[in-house]
Design a protein around this ligand. Sequence first.
Ligand code: GAL
Length: 417
Amino acid sequence: MFHSKYVLPLVAMAGLTLGTPARAEGTVEVLHWWTSGGEAKAVGELKKSFEATGGTWIDSPIAGGGGDAAMTALRARVVAGNPPTAVQLKGPGIQEWAQQGALNDVQAVAEAEGWDAVLPPALAGIMKYEGQYVAAPVNIHRVDWIWANPEALAKAGVEAMPTTWEEFNAAADKLQAAGIVPLAHGGQPWQDATVFEDVVLGVGGAEFFRKALVELDQDALTSDTMVAAFDQLRKMRGYVDPNFSGRDWNLATAMVMRGEAGFQIMGDWAKGEFLAAGKVPGKDFLCAPTPGNGFVLNSDSFTFFKVEGDENLTGQKVLASLIMSPDFQKTFNLAKGSIPARTDVPLDDFDDCAKRSHADLVKAIESDALVPSMAHEMAVPRSVRGEFLDLVTEFFNSDMSSQDAVEKLAAAVKRAM
Ligand code: GAL
C-alpha cells in the first residue's frame, strides 16, 4: 500500500527508473533498542512495511531499555568507520551527531512530502539541523504516566487513581498494608530518572521543570522545591520491593499485569507492553497522568548515517518516507503505546489512554506546560543527562539526604555544562 503513494516518487527522486533491477528499493541496517514484547511488535511493523516496498531490512537490535546500551554500540560502530544506515536517536543526540558531520539529511523527502505542514513545530525543530531534516519522527510518547492494576487497587481499598503525590502516597500505604508491592520499579539509572522527572513535574510544575532540568538553572536546582522533589523520591524508595535492583522496565510492567504490584510510573511504551500481552485498557489496567498539569515529551525518531552506495542511500530515503506516511504512523503507534508524530492522523481507532495523551498534549502546548524529557534524552546533552542519572541513582540507593542531593546535583551539572 505504500508503493504507489509514497515510495514511487522516492524511487524517481533517487534517480532510479521503474525498470531497475530487483532490490532497487534499497537496503537498511537499522540499529534500535526495541526488544521488549510491545517494542518488538512495533518495530516489526516497520520492518514489514519496509520489506513490502521490496527493500531489504537488516535488524540490529541492542537490548536495554532507554537506549543507553544502543548508544554505546553506535559510538563503537562509528569509530570503526562502519555506521548503520538508520539509527534510533533523539533530541540533542540528533544535533550532536549532525554537528560531527555523521548524518545524511532527508530534506528532499521532507520537502516533497510537506513534513513541515504536518509536524508540531516543536518536534520539527528537533528533527532538523541547520534547517534541514536529518531525522524522521515515528511517534510522541508521554513520560508522565501511572499504570495500575485495578484489582490490586480494589483489594487494597484504593478507590481512584491518585491526582496528587499525597494521594499517591496514601494509596501506596494502603497497597503495602494489603501485602501488595505499591510501586513496580526497575533499579536502572534511566528508570530512576524517569520517576524522578515525573516527580519534579508534579512537585514543581512545568515552569520549574524547565528551569531545573532543561535550562539547568542553579537556583532552581538548589531550591526548596527540588529538596521537596527528592523527599518524595525518598518516600517512593520505600514503596519498591527488595528485588528492584537492575530489573528491566518490562518486567516491572509484568508485575502490575499480574497484580503483584499496584502501580508503575513509566512512559506509555508500558502500554505497548500491556497491549502485547492482550490486556485491555480501562479493564485489565488503568492509566492516569502522574500528578502535575504538564506533559513530559519523548519522541522516537530515526536518523540516517553517512553511508555509501545507491542501495543504502535509496534505503534511507524510502525508510524516511515510510516512517512519515500516515498509514504507518497509525499502525506503528497502535502497537507502541504512543500517538502519531503527525498531527493529521485520526485517533478514532486509538484507546482512551492515547486520546487522553493527545488532549493533554494540546492543552499543555496551549498553557506552555509541554516539557522535554531529561531522562529520555530530549532536553540536555548526554553528558549532563549522565550527571542527573548518576546522582538520582546514587540517591535512590543510599541514605543521602535531600539537601545533600540538591547540592551534589547542582555541582555535578555545573561541571558538565
Ligand atoms: C525510551 C524510548 C521508548 C521506549 C523506552 C524503553 O527511551 O523512547 O520508545 O522504547 O525507551 O526502552
